[in-house]
Design a protein around this ligand. Sequence first.
Ligand code: ZN
Length: 451
Amino acid sequence: MESLLLKNGLIVTMNRNNEVIERGNLYIEDGKILEIGEKTQKKADIELDCNYQIIFPGFICAHTHLYSALLRGAPMKITPPSDFTQNLQRIWWTMDEALSLEDAYTSTLYAVHELALNGVTAYLDTYSGPNSIEGSLDRISKATQEVGSRGVICFEATERRSPEEGIRGLEENRRFIQQNDPQKTLIHGIYCLHASFTVSDDLIHKTNEYAEQTDSFKTIHTSEGMADLHHNLEKYGKRTVERLFDEEFLGPRTALAHAVHINQHEIDLIAQTNSNIAHNPKSNELNAVGIAQIPEMIQKGINIGVGNDGFIYDAIENMRTAYLMHKLNHLNPSQLPTPLQVTQMITINAAQAIGLKDHIGSIEVGKAADFVIFDCTALPTPIHRENVFGHLVYGSFSRRDIKRVIVNGKTIVKNGIHTSLDATQISQQSKESALKLWERLDLTPRIGKRF
Ligand SMILES: [Zn+2]
């Protein structure tokens, strides 16, 4: 692979000291950062002048469902859900049963391409498709590799229809983890359970056992809606996180998605076990499930990454909602998180929340060369090491200002366009899949197809 030198950029490292280098160079070889400094003497095959540009670590989406791209704008023929359980039953569980392996591929291609255009270089996706289990992760992996992004992928094992399907979901993860080499593909397989209200203790134990064998990361939706909490209280006499703690699912290699309906004791258990949280503020707004106690979790030292839960692909918009939501909730404009903390939530903290902290999330020697580079010539005020996080949160630059997105040392997006894929073709493929899916769901558009 050609060596690369990025020169004269404002480098936001997101390292342990949150160091910002106001005018620095980055030398990259074989996809890895080998040198960072103000005066590197190295020569490279490709040298790019990043004057008036800001180099961030590639943004990371800590929790998503790529398949949901195919439901955007679907003419639903249902009574609108009035709570989260109805939302699952009337929309998502109807949809995922109709998904095909082809849908897994086309939705991933569309969504990961869209994430990349937004500066997102890595994501954690949980796929759900009871009638497209075996082979689904291969399709998701293939599409992600075509985009050139880094993916953490898993099948969402659930016993909502039968215990046998729970095992099949788990085995799909195991098969993929055993067959895939992340060194060759940038794709990491992990284990996933849907949510504690759709899985038995037996399936939790089996997942723990498999994950321990390969030191694999695990994730589960946790008290996103009240149904999860009520199920665990009624059946086990425990709150959701208490049950996950008792069944030994928690730990530093575990991410809990949402964690909305949890109490102080559960926050303590998450902190005590160094478990991670994937906070999805825009999805929580959309589904009106409630507001996670993020400021309290930050105070307890819990690691929090921000995800989109399959909703909005713009990492900055998701991060900004995480910044604003808790201030409004507490009627306090000084409430946590700070601009620095929400930037951490889509970079280094998100890297930890998807199990890749040693590889990505910050600009440090030895880490992978994953970057998003913004043009900052049009800013209204000066930018420097003190205010760069404020500029990001307060809207000084956005997707339209992205000059370049680099994954593993390779440019995949340049001036808003993917370097090898045709956006129109990806969109066309996605629309064709969506129309077939909508037909299977009897959701043929009532007003016809305009485009
Ligand atoms: Zn989710």
